[in-house]
Design a binder for this molecule. Structure first.
Ligand code: ZN
Length: 462
């Protein structure tokens, strides 16, 4: 039995781990490296193994940094079976098609730029829409939560709630090879136990080896309750001033969570009945439709709503604006609108238009509810710059800026430690999916286990 690491090693993106056991080769996740030019090159590099040799790909969830290299894996010869939950399967299709579109657009933009400078070389995308359609054929059996799946003799897999996004799972493997037995748990990305919508993370009571994420292994999150209050207050204050609220939104999970809170806010009278909410993102609209189909993923409260025939993501005054013309018409609304649009970090997408029309207005507000990487427009605004450039125009920042930090989809240090304690005393703990300094701090908190922080391409006999 052998475990090797091919992404998210002392970094946060590109999750990809290879397990060899009982004559089979199993990948856990095949994610994209994200966050700049250098990492783009990493994506195009060799995987570090032969894609054609892989029998199974077990997918923890549909975020791009966990599934984003699957079309490339197929393009390079992968013929195995992809196994994941039904919700992840649908969300991954949406996310991968969107990613392929973006890759194609970026490649043709770069090709045109090179042609202008007299270079004939065409840039090819990492993968195309067609590659993505081809790879979706490899999605085989759907995994039900807590149901043991026999993949091959000596190889059993169980998907368990990870509480991170819809369909997300930790994957527990029971392995047997030449009389040797091992249990191995991959955390995937973990959510917080007290978040709405999803069930809390589930673990086996004991595992020999664990591979776990450490994204926020060094910090505690703010509590959720006050963050929701802050959101309601920001909306109320802005409407009193006569402005709009712009919320740059990630399409998966965060958008649906916000719809859930906005509905509750209206039902509890915390938000005025006349509040108009616009979900101005075709991807978030499609994701919300998928969320409406997978009742099997929710906690008791949300499942009960569905059973009563109520949709937790629908509220009075909610508008889905899929068409570009509908999105442009929002520019004519001067007050009383909550506009949720992508991208979450304002690096592209429709939110840039809404910022252009509202950032300069003292009566409007921009509310940030997610992570903003260095160098992005979102980060500049959060950091308090006085002017920004959007579509070639200088826009003064006069709107009220709110940064609400309690909405994270990731477990914080305390939650990660609780999760680790619940799996007994694993002999070995491999830390992945975190910055190196964060991982080191987290490693110091762990007791009675041998901690490893693998490098890319490093492998271990189990
Ligand atoms: Zn994730």
């Amino acid at each position: 039995m052998k475990l090797s690491f091919h992404g998210a090693d002392r970094e946060v993106t590109g999750s990809c781990h290879l397990l060899e056991c009982a004559g089979k080769r199993i990948l856990i996740d095949c994610g994209l490296y994200q966050g700049g030019r250098e990492l783009d090159e990493d994506n195009a590099e060799d995987f570090g193994f032969d894609p054609a040799s892989i029998d199974y790909l077990l997918l923890t969830h549909a975020h791009l940094d966990h599934c984003g290299r699957i079309p490339l894996l197929s393009k390079r010869g992968f013929k195995g079976e992809i196994i994941t939950t039904a919700a992840t399967r649908e969300l991954a299709r949406l996310v991968l098609l969107d990613s392929a579109h973006l890759q194609e657009e970026e490649a043709s933009y770069q090709s045109r730029k090179k042609a202008r400078h007299g270079q004939a070389k065409k840039i090819t995308p990492l993968y195309s829409v067609l590659d993505t359609l081809n790879c979706t054929e490899s999605f085989g059996r759907s995994a039900d939560y807590n149901q043991v799946m026999e993949l091959a003799p000596g190889l059993r897999a169980t998907f368990m709630d990870a509480g991170h996004i819809l369909g997300s799972a930790s994957i527990f493997l029971e392995l047997e090879e030449q009389g040797q037995r091992r249990t191995l748990l991959f955390s995937g990305d973990l959510g917080n136990a007290d978040r709405p919508l999803l069930r809390a993370p589930v673990t086996p009571t004991q595992t020999d080896i664990v591979v776990m994420e450490t994204t926020y292994g060094d910090r505690q999150h703010k509590p959720l309750g006050p963050s929701i209050e802050e959101l309601y207050q920001a909306i109320e204050d802005t409407f009193k001033r006569g402005g709009n609220i712009i919320i740059p939104t990630f399409a998966l999970e965060r958008a649906q969570e916000l719809l859930f809170y906005l509905r509750e806010g209206k039902e509890q009278g915390r938000l005025s009945a006349s509040t108009q909410v616009f979900l101005d993102s075709p991807m978030a609209i499609s994701a919300t439709e998928i969320f409406g189909r997978h009742h099997e993923c929710y906690d008791a409260e949300v499942a009960a709503l569905f059973r009563k025939g109520r949709d937790p993501f629908q509220l009075k005054g909610l508008h889905f604006t899929r068409e570009t013309s509908e999105s442009m018409a929002l520019n004519n609304i001067s007050s009383g609108a909550v506009i949720m649009a992508g991208s979450g970090m304002c690096t592209g997408g429709r939110v840039r238009h809404h910022l252009k029309h509202n950032l300069w207005r003292e009566d409007s507000s921009v509310v940030f509810v997610g992570f903003a990487a260095r160098g992005t427009l979102a980060r500049q605004i959060i950091d308090g710059v006085k002017r920004v450039r959007i579509y070639g125009e200088e826009i003064p920042v006069r709107a009220h800026i709110h940064t609400i930090n309690g909405f994270s989809a990731h477990a914080d240090q305390a939650e990660l430690l609780t999760w680790h304690r619940r799996i007994g005393t694993p002999k070995q703990t491999f830390l992945v999916h975190g910055e190196e300094d964060v991982m080191s701090l987290f490693a110091q908190q762990l007791e009675d286990t041998q901690v490893e922080m693998p490098m890319r391409a490093q492998s271990y006999d189990l």
